[in-house]
Design a protein around this ligand. Structure first.
Ligand code: SF4
Length: 703
């Protein structure tokens, strides 16, 4: 049919949701969005998923924050079912910007004077731009002189990055997902791209139609199975058993690439010793996959001309998350499946800027570009560049910061665009910590569950209301343009960070995000040859890039690795069980994750009318047989409990969920899955075990 175009302008920008980084054209009339189309970006080639196409009207939600707010002296610091996001006046009063910013900075300064740098911390966000991430960590590091600055990458790919940095000296993908077009074999493990990276999934599906073989490894079934050569539905938490059995097969059957191993790796002998006892036959029981299938998939991966591995949170969100990723790196290295078209390692990034926010230094151990805060030479360089003394010790991570608040060590926080009251594990504990803070400044667009704990709330701008660069999962730096002004008195995030910085004794004079980007290019070699003008002109530039006029390098590491000896380090991993196994009291395995229509804690998508209409209700998914064994039918109300808390919600029958498991998305605040999750951390990546804990499901009367 013919589409009636009655917009008065259209703006080329980006989708605000996932790490795929789809380019969009937003059609606007009178500063209001009419509809959104996909644009011909490198990652989406005109395609969009349901979130990118229909999930935009949250920016007009009447719950948008439009005035600075200050907590009333008599109001409790907590979110509960009773608070009304349309009426924050029960807990807050409106203030002028002057008063709110003075109060925000004053409270942080007081904590600094009383407790010193160790008393403060900041959470930035992977939903913000590169420039916002850079400024945020710069403020925490140069005004508070602490490295206690982190963001939600800690909860998603921290363990993958730990393993990648250790193994190949670089935390980013070695090849874009569009490399699928050249692949013969694709392993998808612990990822559900059709739901969580839907447009990336289309490239994988197309490759399968061309004849490439997809192997899905996932304790749950999923949509990609329709395109798969095989689905290995292994037991949850047994990744290392399965992957080591594949490595064992490849070594035993002489399918390794000895030339590659000798030229480009170290640690092969240790790996060989480690996997000796991991024969597929010995691992059958442990991981739940028959030995013949393990051997078949190992042979397929090793023998294919070009094999690539995609992974997600199913790998990373475990106490053995780093070990899981180490096994994937080992698989790649012993077969030389890297550095050529159609090969490589690709951790699928979740948020639209999780790559960029990490690159920009929103991490407690490193300055921008992953330069260790503990290396004196590096620190001296940054001290000179930023003109102040810096903290020589690594800072605390997300969950460690929460624990440090409870312990009385951290007393003041600045949180920009993050929602730890929903996203952190063991939420009762996390919310208790937020309530305990002497001074909390929250900068956001809605009254999030976290904002209810704040002393000062600074209303900020949504993605569609600002300039900024964002780096997607493919290492493509792309530019977003403003579509509409922020509502009411809400302001730009970068301006708010600057206003606070200047009240905290810094002297910042940026006048546009482009100034910030220019400073980043000066100090971050990864961004060399990418100017703001080039971004605006070309819309997307892949880093690293060797010249100002040539395209970036999509496929990395054809000639060795950026490690101290130029070799990839193979690190063997033994079997570490999940922290909390099912028992008589809590007989099921609880796993959490996302759903196609909703995004993370739901702050945006649950306020987007189309998306919330499609998935309006908190649900727990169980296998139909499990339901009937428990005397339940779909739609019944249940209580799901763990050692940390309980929630009430409805059950859904889902054949993709194996018996013995319950799956709950973490986006519903009326039944917050993270009330239940286990905060136990992976020792290397410091990521909590969201993907596995022991749970109980009981029928209750409708609530
Ligand atoms: Fe947006 Fe990701 Fe969907 Fe693309 S695939 S439209 S980036 S949510």
């Amino acid at each position: 049919g013919t589409r009636v175009h009655f917009e008065d302008r259209s703006v080329d920008t980006l989708c605000p949701y996932c790490g795929v980084g789809c380019q969009t054209t937003v059609h606007v009339k009178d500063d209001k969005i009419l509809y959104i189309d996909g644009r011909d970006g490198p990652a989406n080639q005109n395609r969009l998923c349901v979130k990118g196409r229909f999930g935009w009207d949250y920016i007009y939600n009447p719950q948008r924050l439009t005035k600075p707010l200050i907590r009333r002296d008599d109001a409790p610091k907590r979110w509960d079912d009773q608070v009304d996001p349309m009426n924050p006046s029960t807990h807050f009063r409106e203030a002028t910007w002057e008063e709110a910013l003075d109060r925000a900075a004053g409270g942080l300064k007081k904590v600094y004077e009383e407790t010193g740098p160790a008393g403060l911390a900041g959470f930035g966000s992977a939903k913000g731009s590169n420039e916002e991430a850079y400024l945020f960590q710069k403020l925490i590091r140069t005004a508070f002189h602490t490295n206690n600055v982190d963001h939600c990458t800690r909860l998603c790919h921290a363990s993958s990055v730990a393993a990648l940095m250790e193994g190949i000296g670089s935390g980013a993908v070695t090849a874009p997902f569009t490399a699928a077009k050249d692949s013969d074999c694709m392993i998808i493990i612990g990822a559900r791209p059709a739901q969580n990276h839907p447009v990336a999934a289309t490239f994988l599906k197309n490759a399968a139609k061309r004849g490439a073989k997809i192997v899905v490894m996932d304790p749950r079934g999923q949509q990609m199975n329709r395109y798969a050569y095989k689905h290995l539905q292994f037991k949850p938490g047994r990744d290392v058993a399965l992957l080591n059995a594949m490595i064992h097969t490849i070594i035993e059957e002489g399918l390794t690439d000895q030339q590659y191993i000798q030229a480009h790796t170290s640690g092969f002998e240790e790996l060989k010793t480690m996997v000796q006892d991991f024969s597929p036959e010995a691992m059958e029981e442990v991981c739940g996959i028959d030995a013949a299938s393990i051997r078949d998939v190992a042979r397929l991966y090793a023998r294919s001309e070009r094999s690539i591995i995609f992974w997600g949170m199913g790998i990373s969100q475990h106490v053995h998350g780093t070990d899981n990723a180490r096994c994937l790196i080992a698989l790649t290295m012993i077969t030389g499946q890297i550095g050529r078209p159609g090969t490589g390692l690709h951790p699928l990034r979740g948020q639209n800027n999780v790559q960029g926010a990490s690159d920009a230094g929103l991490i407690p151990m490193v300055f921008p570009d992953y330069k260790s805060v503990e290396t004196e030479e590096v620190r001296k360089g940054y001290e000179e560049f930023w003109g102040t003394e810096l903290d020589p010790k690594r800072g605390l991570t997300v969950v460690e910061i929460v624990d440090a608040i409870i312990a009385g060590q951290i007393k003041g926080m600045y949180i920009m665009g993050e929602n730890p009251a929903m996203s952190d594990p063991d939420q009762a504990h996390a919310r208790k910590a937020l309530a305990k803070l002497e001074h909390l400044v929250v900068q956001d667009i809605f009254m999030t569950e976290t904002a209810w704990h704040a002393d000062v709330i600074l209303p900020a701008s949504a993605h569609a209301e600002k300039w900024g660069s964002f780096t997607n999962t493919n290492r493509e730096v792309q530019v977003a343009r403003p579509v509409a002004p922020p509502p009411g008195e809400a302001r730009q995030d970068w301006e708010l960070i600057q206003d606070l910085a200047n009240r905290l004794g810094l002297n910042w004079t940026y006048s546009h995000p482009s100034d910030v980007f220019t400073e980043m290019v000066e100090v971050m070699p990864s961004l060399k040859n990418i100017s703001w003008a080039r971004l605006v002109r070309e819309d997307a530039v892949t880093y690293p890039v060797d010249g100002p006029d040539i395209p970036g390098n999509e496929i990395l590491f054809a000639e060795g690795f950026p490690t101290s000896d130029g070799r990839a380090k193979i690190v063997p991993a033994g079997l570490v069980p999940p922290d909390e196994l099912p028992d008589d009291n809590y007989p099921l395995v609880l796993t959490t994750g996302r759903m196609l229509e909703h995004w993370h804690t739901g702050a945006m998508t649950r306020r987007a009318s189309v998306l919330d209409t499609l998935e309006p209700e908190a649900i727990a998914s169980l296998n139909p047989r499990q339901l009937s064994m428990m005397g339940l039918v779909a739609g019944d109300s249940v209580k799901v409990s763990t050692r940390r808390g309980e929630i009430a919600l409805a059950v859904r029958a889902d054949r993709d969920v194996p018996e013995g498991m319950v799956f709950i998305p973490f986006c519903f605040n009326e039944a917050a899955a993270n009330m239940l999750t286990n905060p136990q951390l992976d020792p290397f990546g410091k990521i909590p075990e969201f993907k596995f804990c022991a749970a109980k499901v009981e029928k209750i009367e409708a609530f």
